[in-house]
Design a protein around this ligand. Structure first.
Ligand SMILES: [Zn+2]
Length: 489
C-alpha cells in the first residue's frame, strides 16, 4: 500500500523535515576547526589545527582549510587538551525523600564537570536487593540517556558477593564495566573468601576491580573506642584520628596480596598517604597489575584544616593527612606510580557537611569538587613545576581512558578519537567562587583560592557544550560511553 499525502500536508511535512535537519545541523555543525592551539597529549605537544567532524577528530595539521559551513575557533595562545575523564564521581540520579539538597544527578554533575574541563564522568550503581543486575543496569542506562550532558561510565558496587553468579560477571564483562568493593566495610571481613573469589573471576573475565582500602576492623574498633571516650564529634583532629594511616596501609597491602594471589587487576581508589602509596608501589615493582588513584584533595590540603571552626567540611574517607604525605603523592604522580588524579565528587551542600547530628561514624565523606579539580592541578602542579603538562593529561585523561576501557576512543587527541577537547587558557588568573559553581551544592571548599589557567571552551563529541561560563547543551545529549577491555597505561 502506498501512502499518498495531500499537497498541503506534504509541504508541512517537508518543512518539518527541513527544520529538523537545520536544527540538527545547528547543534552539530558539519565541521569545526580549532585553530592554532598548542595540542597536548600524554606523549607530547605540537602547534596546529584540529578538524572535528561528525563527533570525531578527522584531521590534525597546520593551515587546514575549512569545508563548506565549517565553524572555526581561534585557539592561538591556548592549550588544546583531551577532555578530562573523572572515573570517581558519585551521583544521585533518582532523588528520594531523604536525598540531600546538594545531591547531583547526571545533569547537574555534567554541568560542573564540563565547566571544569571534564567530558566524561562516572557513577557507582548499587543494585537494590530486590533488583537483579540486568534490571539495575537497564535502569541506570535509561537515566544516563535522559539526564547526562557529559559522557558517562558506570561502576557496579558489590554489597553481597555470595549473590553474584558467573552470568553476572559475564554480563559486565561483555560491556567492560568495573566492580567496586569496600575493604573498609565490616561485610568485607565477614565474607572475605567470597569477595576474593569474585575478584578472581572478575579478573579472569577481563574486568578491573576498584578497591576502597581501609581496614574495617581497625576503623570500627577505633571509632567505637573514641565514641565511648566522648571524642566522636567532628571537631579538631578527632576525625583524622578515627581513620588512622595504618588502617589504610594494611588494607592496601592486603589488596596487593589479593592481586598477587588471584592475578586480578586492581585499582586502589583515593590513596591519601605515603605509607599506602609505598605499599602499592611494592606490588607494582613486582609487576602486579596494581593501579592507583590519588584523590586531588590530598595534594592540596592537609589535616590542619580539621582544626578550623568549620573543619568538618573537609571530611572524606580516608581523612586529610600530613604535609609529607601530600609531598609523597605529588612525587608519585610525577613519576607515574600514581596513575590517576580525580575527585570522588559527591554533591553535598555546606549545610549537609556541617550538619550537627554528624559524628566520626555517620559523617558524610567527600563533597562538591568536579568543577575545580583540573584548574587546581594545572595551577598547583603544572605552573609550579611539580608535573609536566603531558603528565597532567596522562593523569586526568589518558590513564583513566586506558584503565576504564575508553582508549583510544577517548583520552587522547588523535584522528578517529571522539572529539572531546578542552581549550585551556594557560595564563588566565581566576579566583574560585561559590557563585560560579554549577553543581547543586553551589559552594566549594576552595572558594577564594587563586589559580592560574582556566578551561574556556569544552567540546564533547564535536559539540561546543561549554563556553563563556555557560553550558550550551541539553540534558540527554550525553551518553553511556562504549567500553572495551582495560589496558595498562
Ligand atoms: Zn568514592
Amino acid at each position: 500500500m502506498k501512502m499518498i499525502m495531500p499537497a498541503a500536508r506534504r509541504s508541512i511535512f517537508l518543512g518539518l523535515v527541513v527544520a529538523l535537519v537545520a536544527r540538527a545541523a545547528a547543534q552539530q555543525p558539519a565541521e569545526l576547526i580549532v585553530r592554532n592551539g598548542l595540542i597536548v597529549t600524554a606523549v607530547g605537544r605540537t602547534e596546529g589545527d584540529v578538524r572535528l567532524r561528525n563527533g570525531t577528530i578527522a584531521e590534525i595539521g597546520r593551515n587546514l582549510t575549512g569545508g563548506a559551513g565549517a565553524r572555526e575557533i581561534d585557539a592561538k595562545g591556548m592549550l588544546v587538551l583531551p577532555g578530562g575523564i573523572d572515573p570517581h564521581v558519585h551521583l544521585t540520579p533518582t532523588p528520594t525523600a531523604t536525598t540531600l539538597k546538594g545531591a547531583d544527578d547526571y545533569s547537574s554533575g555534567s554541568r560542573a564537570a564540563l565547566a571544569g574541563g571534564v567530558t566524561t564522568i562516572s557513577n557507582f550503581i548499587s543494585p537494590a536487593s530486590t533488583e537483579d543486575l540486568p534490571t539495575a543496569l537497564a535502569h541506570a542506562t535509561e537515566l544516563v540517556k535522559n539526564q547526562a550532558i557529559a559522557d558517562v561510565i558506570l561502576h557496579v558496587m558489590v554489597n553481597d558477593p555470595s549473590k553474584w553468579s558467573p552470568a553476572d560477571v559475564t554480563l559486565l564483562a561483555d560491556r567492560s564495566f568495573t566492580l567496586k568493593i569496600f575493604l573498609s566495610r565490616p561485610a568485607f571481613d565477614q565474607n572475605a573468601a567470597a569477595y576474593v573469589k569474585l575478584i578472581r573471576s572478575a579478573g579472569a573475565a577481563g574486568l578491573l576491580t576498584m578497591l576502597h582500602c581501609e581496614d574495617a576492623s581497625i576503623l570500627t574498633t577505633t571509632a567505637e573506642r573514641m565514641m565511648a571516650e566522648g571524642r566522636g564529634a567532628l571537631k579538631g583532629q578527632n576525625f583524622a584520628q578515627s581513620r588512622p594511616v595504618v588502617a589504610e596501609e594494611i588494607a592496601t597491602q592486603r589488596a596487593v596480596a589479593i592481586s598477587e594471589a588471584t592475578g586480578a587487576p586492581i585499582y586502589i581508589v583515593h590513596i591519601s598517604s605515603e605509607r599506602a602509596m609505598r605499599a602499592a608501589e611494592v606490588g607494582q615493582a613486582r609487576g602486579l597489575p596494581v593501579f592507583t588513584e590519588v584523590r586531588f584533595l590530598y595534594l592540596h590540603l592537609t589535616k590542619e584544616r580539621f582544626d578550623e571552626a568549620d573543619g568538618a567540611i573537609y571530611t572524606g574517607d580516608p581523612p586529610l593527612r600530613e604535609k609529607s604525605d601530600a609531598d609523597y603523592l605529588w612525587s608519585a604522580i610525577a613519576r607515574g606510580t600514581g596513575y590517576v588524579v580525580d575527585t570522588d565528587h559527591v554533591g553535598y551542600t555546606r549545610e549537609d557537611k556541617l550538619d550537627p547530628s554528624l559524628n566520626i561514624i555517620n559523617h558524610r565523606p567527600a563533597g562538591n569538587y568536579l568543577q575545580v579539580q583540573l584548574p587546581l592541578l594545572y595551577s598547583e602542579g603544572v605552573r609550579k613545576g611539580r608535573i609536566t603538562l603531558e603528565r597532567m593529561v596522562a593523569l586526568t585523561s589518558t590513564n583513566p581512558a586506558k584503565l576504564f576501557g575508553l582508549y583510544p576512543r577517548k583520552g587522547t587527541i588523535a584522528v578517529g578519537s571522539d572529539a572531546d577537547l578542552v581549550i585551556w587558557d594557560p595564563n588566565q588568573k581566576r579566583t574560585i567562587r561559590n557563585e560560579e559553581q554549577l553543581a547543586n551544592a553551589k559552594f566549594s571548599i576552595f572558594a577564594g583560592w587563586e589559580v592560574t589557567g582556566w578551561p574556556i571552551v569544552t567540546i564533547r563529541r564535536g559539540e561546543v557544550v561549554y563556553q563563556g561560563g555557560k553550558i550550551l547543551a541539553a540534558a540527554g545529549s550525553g551518553q553511556l560511553a562504549p567500553r572495551q577491555h582495560w589496558q595498562r597505561p
